[in-house]
Design a binder for this molecule. Structure first.
Ligand code: GDP
Length: 195
């Protein structure tokens, strides 16, 4: 996709703040620090539009970024951040769960994992949950540039095995540093939104 315009729209704390213009939405889930903001910035060719907050656990919001007049990226709060209270976590869970289950505009969830390590328990739960409710998902294995090319197949194998990856889903290897996977990921996104 040729991105001519991108802007931050809103940090939504609930459905009342979700945009109401019916554009398709692509959500990003993953643990804190996995590289979601960098991935968004790379996809839209901006250095710093999406920014991870300094204390990731404190942003219990869905951050909406609008791309052209085509779609929104919806950045979820990173999970697995220890300093979030139980109550906050429960509330966040309910909000995300409702969004994932009910949001008609949601066309695809990008589950972002760190390619260097086996996916975490939280990654696995998220993937299983999405499958259980039959939500469209694409796994993005990022930070590929941090691994020598010769080891990519081994790492991808571990990511797939650990997640219990289903072959009917897409998996894209990505690097926000080099731009690897950018075109491929846009193709997956475009095919989901019918662009
Ligand atoms: P977020 O919390 O998921 O939004 O993570 P960020 O996008 O803020 O990234 C966390 C850290 O990982 C930052 O220091 C990024 O520069 C770094 N990072 C993210 N993606 C990549 C990547 O593909 N390659 C490398 N080498 N570093 C990355």
């Amino acid at each position: 996709m040729k991105v001519t315009k991108s802007e931050f729209v809103v940090s939504a704390v609930g459905p009342a703040q979700y945009p109401d213009d019916a554009l398709p939405e692509i959500a990003l889930a993953g643990r804190s620090n996995v590289g979601k903001s960098s991935l968004i910035n790379r996809l839209i060719s901006r250095k710093n539009l999406a920014r991870a907050s300094a204390t990731p656990g404190k942003t219990q919001q869905l951050n909406y970024y609008r791309v052209n007049d085509d779609l929104y990226f919806v950045d979820f709060p990173g999970y697995g951040y220890a300093k979030v209270s139980k109550a906050q976590r429960a509330q966040f869970g309910v909000m995300i769960e409702k969004y994932l289950l009910n949001r008609e505009e949601l066309k695809l969830v990008l589950l972002v994992v760190d390619m260097r390590h086996p996916p975490s328990k939280d990654d696995i739960s998220m993937y299983e949950w999405l499958q259980h409710y039959d939500r469209p998902v694409c796994v993005v294995a990022t930070k590929a540039d941090k691994i020598p090319k010769t080891k990519w197949p081994k790492h991808i194998k571990i990511v797939k095995e650990t997640l219990g990856f289903k072959p009917y889903h897409s998996l894209v290897m990505f690097s926000s540093e080099t731009g690897l996977g950018k075109d491929e990921l846009w193709e997956v996104i475009e095919s989901r939104i019918g662009a």
